[in-house]
Design a protein around this ligand. Structure first.
Ligand SMILES: [Zn+2]
Length: 280
């Protein structure tokens, strides 16, 4: 019996293992991935037009995985939130903000064309930043959420740690944008999977053994991710590429999760969040 196994958030790098990392994922039992855009050394963002090349790298990496493996790949694209900070060191903040907004628009066009299933990651730096940077980041995030509502797609958030307070604030922002809370994915989430803990956002739980054990004990309203970076200069920076299939199959074998639970987490949940069909 084959079960669907989706890594909801990982990255590939042109200088990394790329498609061969995804072959390893497949050999461990993985069937689907959501490849999330990240900044690439080969395509620094200095002006709005640079997003074309940067997003193109993510789409090319996805295409290579499709050609070389059996794994189904979907893509999310968005202007990486920390870029605002780098740009604002070299130009007025308003100008830096315009560049990220243009990146959001370009990501939206790829979404409209069917090349991306969501805007992501978008959000704000995961560390303390000056208040004006935070305010500008929130404005860019709100704009992205409005765009996601317009496109009928998901928004994948990169922010500071998802405490219940942070989730509540982000949920209010989604409400302002008219974007359903359940289409807002909180990436790198702790096992805060009850709706009173995450305010109805959709948690993508970082799949450490501890996190997943806690999440599985609370229910099935979550997605699993590794945030694998595929960065040869930072091996082991986050979880390995085989982690989601390994943990999923272990929970199934140990009867901590039933087969039905696995289908909920890896098939129904992504369908609810992104509208995708996870087939095995
Ligand atoms: Zn990531």
């Amino acid at each position: 019996m084959k079960v669907p196994i989706l890594d909801n958030h990982l990255h590939l790098d042109p200088a990394g293992a790329g498609a061969s990392a995804i072959s390893e994922f497949a050999r461990a039992g993985g069937t689907h991935i959501i490849l999330c855009h990240k900044p690439y050394k080969q395509a620094p963002i200095k002006r709005a037009a640079d997003y074309e090349k940067a997003f193109g790298i993510t789409l090319e990496l996805a295409e290579k995985v499709r050609k070389e493996t059996e794994v189904t790949v979907w893509v999310t694209l968005g202007p990486y939130p920390v870029e605002l900070l780098h740009l604002a060191e070299k130009m007025p903040l308003a100008q830096a903000k315009e560049i990220l907004l243009a990146g959001m628009d370009r990501a939206g066009e790829f979404g409209r064309a069917g090349a991306a299933i969501g805007l992501g990651v978008i959000g704000r730096p995961h560390f303390d930043v000056p208040p004006e940077i935070l305010a500008a980041s929130n404005e860019i995030l709100l704009y992205g959420m409005e765009l996601a509502r317009e496109l009928g797609c998901a928004a994948v958030l990169h922010t500071e740690s998802g405490t219940p307070e942070v989730c509540r604030e982000l949920a209010c922002l989604a409400d302002r944008a008219g974007l359903p809370r359940a289409r807002v994915v909180k990436h790198y989430s702790p096992p805060l999977i009850t709706e009173d803990a995450n305010s109805g956002l959709f948690p993508s739980v970082l799949s450490s053994e501890k996190n997943i054990a806690k999440a599985a004990a609370l229910g099935t309203r979550f997605l699993m991710e590794t945030d694998y970076l595929d960065d040869p200069s930072r091996p082991g920076a986050v979880l390995g590429v085989k982690t989601v299939p390994k943990r999923t199959l272990k929970l199934l074998n140990e009867k901590i999760l039933t087969e039905e639970d696995i289908f909920t987490i890896h098939q129904q949940n992504p369908k609810r969040v992104y509208g995708v069909e996870v087939e095995v």
